[in-house]
Design a protein around this ligand. Structure first.
Ligand SMILES: [Zn+2]
Length: 375
């Protein structure tokens, strides 16, 4: 199959998968912050074997320790894509995270290179800016060839083709800010606490990151091919250091998310154009194709639309306009019903909440679609 064609098929098939998952995203399911920890490789895929150190074992031991630290927090739910030396297909790893409706996906790996390159780097999904980033992704992606049905599951995807990655970023785009924030936090821990060489936060086309529908990062903890670093990562101190840093970064990230929920929203000016004579009980006529939602908040941070992030209100939807995310509660074609929802939002503490109207998907002035019968 030619490269462009296979890239297209990949996008179609992966895109379809994501639609299914996002459709099923239940906003009120669990109240715990769910972290999926993904130890790279496993089973008949050892990962890289620089200097004889085994990536799959080091990654697993780091991940298990990260999990043990996080599990001490009663409001965190930890899920592992593997807890032993087993082989897990890349798309299955994403599926586990999506089905858990996780808040974070963290994949842990060790790097390799023929040079004496060393240091830590954390990736988010994106277009690789250079050949070096592409090489890292290519190596990690090559595991699909060890999977039984990779032709079916990845639709003839060609890991050697840079074109295959174009468009891979689309589904992760809405989580990019959060993914970068976590990646930065992880790198800060590695360099600040552990004084590891910092290769930075980078973007590249990792298949495993593309499979998830939540903020996701892939951590390269260091190069096994660089002897001193390989020996460190293989030591119990090295693994414990890396695990502690990754866990601290995740806890920091969670604290940031928690904080943003309480405040830090810039409230917007209400739509005052609705005639004030339209009191709560007056009957109103609305135009066809119109729906209403209650805007409860807006801000520059993308926050998961889970009800626990919004004082128990559900359903919550989020839309991005320019640099601003807007958060809406409810959706109904009845103006009476939306006014009730607004009362509920106000009672929950969103005192500045207001009704927003949409006509055929476009935001319109409430006054343009509501005619008060008492007017
Ligand atoms: Zn790896």
């Amino acid at each position: 199959m030619n490269r462009f064609f296979s890239a297209f098929i990949l996008l179609v098939s992966l895109g379809a998968t994501h639609c299914v998952f996002s459709f099923h995203k239940d906003q009120s399911k669990n109240d715990k912050f769910t972290v999926v920890l993904d130890a790279g490789h496993g089973g008949h895929d050892p990962g890289n074997m620089g200097n004889g150190y085994k990536e799959k074992d080091i990654a697993l031991q780091i991940v298990l320790q990260v999990g043990r630290i996080l599990e001490k927090n009663s409001d965190i739910n930890v899920i592992y894509t593997r807890k032993d030396d087993s082989f897990v297909d890349l798309y299955v790893r994403g599926k586990i995270a999506n089905e858990a409706k996780a808040d974070l996906f963290v994949s842990v790996h060790c790097n390799s290179h023929s040079s004496s390159a060393h240091g830590t780097e954390t990736f988010v999904l994106g277009l690789h800016a250079n050949e070096r980033n592409f090489d890292v992704a290519k190596k990690e992606n090559s595991v699909i060839y060890l999977e039984d049905d990779y032709e079916v599951n990845y639709a003839g995807y060609d890991i050697n083709s840079p074109e295959s990655f174009i468009g891979l970023t689309i589904m992760q785009e809405e989580f990019l800010d959060q993914s970068i924030s976590l990646a930065k936090s992880i790198q800060d821990q590695f360099t600040g606490q552990l004084k590891r060489v910092n290769r930075g936060v980078k973007q590249a086309g990792f298949i495993v990151l593309h499979q998830t529908f939540m903020p996701s990062v892939l951590v390269e903890t260091g190069f096994l091919t660089y002897k001193p670093e390989g020996a460190y990562l293989n030591s119990s101190k090295g693994k414990s250091d890396m695990a502690t840093s990754i866990a601290s970064a995740i806890l920091k990230y969670k604290a940031q998310v928690d904080e943003n929920v309480g405040g830090d929203f810039s409230y917007e000016v209400k739509d005052h154009s609705l005639p004030s004579t339209a009191n709560e009980n007056s009957s109103v006529e609305t135009s066809a194709g119109v729906t209403f939602r209650v805007q409860i908040a807006a801000g520059s941070n993308a926050i998961e639309t889970k009800s626990y992030n919004f004082k128990g209100l559900s359903p919550i939807s989020r839309e991005k306009e320019g640099a601003v995310y807007r958060y809406y509660y409810g959706e109904t074609s009845s103006y009476e019903a939306v006014k009730e929802m607004q009362k509920k939002a106000i009672a929950k503490g969103y005192s500045s909440s207001f009704v927003v109207a949409f006509k055929n998907g476009e935001k319109v002035k409430v006054s343009s679609v509501v005619n008060s019968a008492s007017n």
